[in-house]
Design a protein around this ligand. Sequence first.
Ligand SMILES: [Zn+2]
Ligand SMILES: [Zn+2]
Length: 83
Amino acid sequence: MQKIMESSIKKINGMVHDPLAEDGGQKSACNLCMEKFDSEIRMEATLKCGHVACIKCLTEMSEKICHICRKEFKNEEIIKLYY
Ligand SMILES: [Zn+2]
Ligand SMILES: [Zn+2]
């Protein structure tokens, strides 16, 4: 009984920020909004330059420029990474 409760609490804590807590950081969270990637709104996506951010940030960006290397990109060049 106790064990089940503990693990569900852990899950909830994991969802409340600290995107780097799981799997050693990197790639599990968007560099722009700092939110974890998910399979819907914040789907992980990559640009032609190979840099990664969530699909929400990339599509809502007013200037389509890579946040890391400053390379311009178009909406249709965003590659969704499905899980
Ligand atoms: Zn984002
Ligand atoms: Zn880039």
